[in-house]
Design a binder for this molecule. Sequence first.
Ligand code: FAD
Ligand code: MLT
Ligand code: ZN
Length: 471
Amino acid sequence: MESFLQELSKVLEKKYILTEDKDKAPYLTDWRKRFTGKALAIVLPRTTQEISEIVKLCAANEVALVPQGGHTGFCGGATPDDSGKQIVLNLKRMNTIREIDVANQTITVEAGCILQTIQEKAAEQDFLFPLSLGAEGSCMIGGNLATNAGGTNVLRYGNTRDLCLGLEVVTAKGEIWNGLKGLRKDNTGYDLRDLFIGSEGTLGIITAAVMKLYPLPISQWTTLVAVDTVAATIKLLNLFQKRATSLLTGFEMMTQESLALNEKHFPQMANPLKGNPAYTVLIELSDHESEAHVRELLETILEEAFEAGLITDAVIANNLSQANAFWHMREHITLAQAEEGANLKHDITIPLSSLESFIQKTDALMRANYPGVRIINFGHLGDGNLHYNIAPPLGTDPRAFNLTNEKPIHELIYAQVERCQGSISAEHGVGQLKLGDLRSHKGDVAHDLMKTLKLALDPQNILNPHKVVSI
Ligand code: FAD
Ligand code: MLT
Ligand code: ZN
C-alpha cells in the first residue's frame, strides 16, 4: 500500500491525500452517525483528469474507491467499510460552475458544487434550479445525481433525474465519458446518463452535469392546513391538482406526533395551527402571474376545501419570513429526530390510491406490536412518499430498542409496502443500509440484471463495492 500511496502522490499534491487519523475522521462517519468506516486515505482531487488517473491507479492496484459528496446521505453509501483498504474520493474541490446557458436554460456544474450554491447562481440570472431539500446547504450535486435525490419540488419539477440533461463520468477503467450535452431529445441508443443517475457511485464517478433551469416564479403563497384523516388529505391533494394544476409546487404532510417531536427540540417552531391536528399539510403555489392572482386562487381552493369538509383550519403565510417559518418547521423534523437519538427510517412510496390503507394498517400493527413507539410519519405526500420513521417509546434507550426491534419493524413495514405495491426506497437510495432488502424487494430477475450491469461496467468491483447490489 505504501507504493500505491507513493504513486498517488504523483497525481495529487500530498496535502490533498489525507492519511492521518485526525484528518480522515470527518469523512468516515455518516450524517446519521450510523456507520463509521476506515480508509487508507481520503483523496481530494480538483479535476476530472486527476480522477481519471486516480481510478486507473486504483484499478491497477485493485484498490476500491468510495465516491463522496456532502456525506449527507441516509443509507451509508458514502461511508467506506471497516477494512481500512478503501480510499474515499471526496469531490468537494470540484466545485466550479462551468457555464450558464441562458438561451438553452441550462447550467453546467461540477459534481462538488453545493446544491444551494447552484440555486443561488441560477437565481442571480433570474432562473430557478428547482431541486430543494433540507440538506441543500451541504449536499453536492454529484451526490444528488448519484442518489437521484427527491426533495420538496418533485411534484412540479420531478426528481434529480428529471432535471439532468447530460453527464461527465469517469468509468471504472479510468476513461472519461463526455456526455455533457444540453439536449432535451437524444435517442441515440442506450441511455447511459440514466444508468449512472441513481447508481450511488457503483457504476462510475460523476464529475460534472448539465442541469435544467426554469424561469424564476414571481409569486409564491404558502399555507398550512389542518386535516383529520388521510382520506381527506388525498382528496385535498386531488382538489389542488385539479384547480391549481401546474401552480401546485409543494404538498407536504406532517403528523401530530412528528410536530410534537419538533416542538420538543425546537419550541420556537410550534405549529401555528391550534388544536394539534392529526395531519398538518403544507401547501405551496407558485406562478409567474401577479401575487394577487395566486392568492385569490389559493383562497378560493381553501374555501372549497372547507365547504367539502376536507380541512378544519388554515393559515396563509402573509410574507416571506412566515412562509420560511412554515418550511423550516417541516424541514426541522429530520433534525428533531437526530436530536432525539437513533431512529428507524423508512423512506417509502405508495400509490396514492393505497396510501390510506397503508397508513391505517401499518399504524395499527405498529401500535399493537410495539406499544408506546412514536410513529414520526411525514413527507412528500404529493409524491406518495412517506418518511415513516419510528422513534422508540419515551424513556427507552434508542440504541438498545433498535438492536432488538430494527429487523422485525423493518419486516412489518416493508410487508405492508409490498402489499400496497410500493417501494422501500423512494428517494434516499440503497447504500449499505438496504443492501440486504433489495433482492427480495426487486425480485430475482431485476436483481440479476442489476448485477450483470455492475459486473459489465466494473468487473473488478472497485467502485463502491458492497453498496446497492451485492456481487
Ligand atoms: P453523499 O452522502 O456524499 O453520497 C451519497 C451517495 O452518492 C453515495 O453512495 C456516494 O458514494 C455517491 N456519490 C456521491 N458523489 C458522487 C459522485 N460525484 N459520483 C458518483 N457517486 C457519488 N434526500 C432526498 O432525496 N430528499 C430529501 O428531502 C432529503 N432531505 C434531507 C434532509 C437532511 C437534513 C439530510 C441530512 C439529508 C436529506 N436527504 C434527502 C438525503 C441526502 O441529502 C441526499 O441523499 C443527497 O442527495 C446526498 O448528497 P451528498 O452530496 O451528501 O451525497
Ligand atoms: C426529508 O424529507 O426531510 C427527509 O428526506 C426525511 C427524513 O429525514 O427521513
Ligand atoms: Zn424527503
